[in-house]
Design a protein around this ligand. Sequence first.
Ligand SMILES: [Zn+2]
Length: 181
Amino acid sequence: MFIAHLPAGYLLTHGIARKHDTIRRRALTVGLIFSVLPDLDLLYFYFADGRRTPHHDYLTHSPIFWLGVAALTAATLILAGRRRYIFFVWVALANVMMHLFLDSIAADIRWFHPFAETRFNLVEVPARFEPWYLNFILHWTFAAEIAICAAALWVWRLQRRRNRDRRVEGNAAVGTERIHA
Ligand SMILES: [Zn+2]
């Protein structure tokens, strides 16, 4: 997946947090960061590993690793009496899992690593073109990426209009209160 991780993260987090007005913005920040966080391993891939290991084989693309991190974080928050932050752990985990699921469409992800090394990918993208990324951009799965981007843009615009309407209603209510005061 090339361009749809962030928009997919927006759609998912919007869906999870839209009813929680007071923490919606913070949830969106966490969701967007974690929707792309696993791909930070590309820095290691290019600058430290010398492109020796496919970055989907790093721990950062291992679902069980992230489950462990989330469980540890949640346990720490409970012990520290900060249960209210667990919602953000859930948002982060949901976004990381979606990242790995989307990666698993055209690239192979080891969903059960380190317990099993079986790789899962939904479709095989044939290597026909040079440079390599053209194979992905000219594959039908890229149309799905564009559809995700378009859907996110649409939802974002709807939300923006909703926020504006709410602000206008709020100002009108304050105005009415002043007149009656
Ligand atoms: Zn990835």
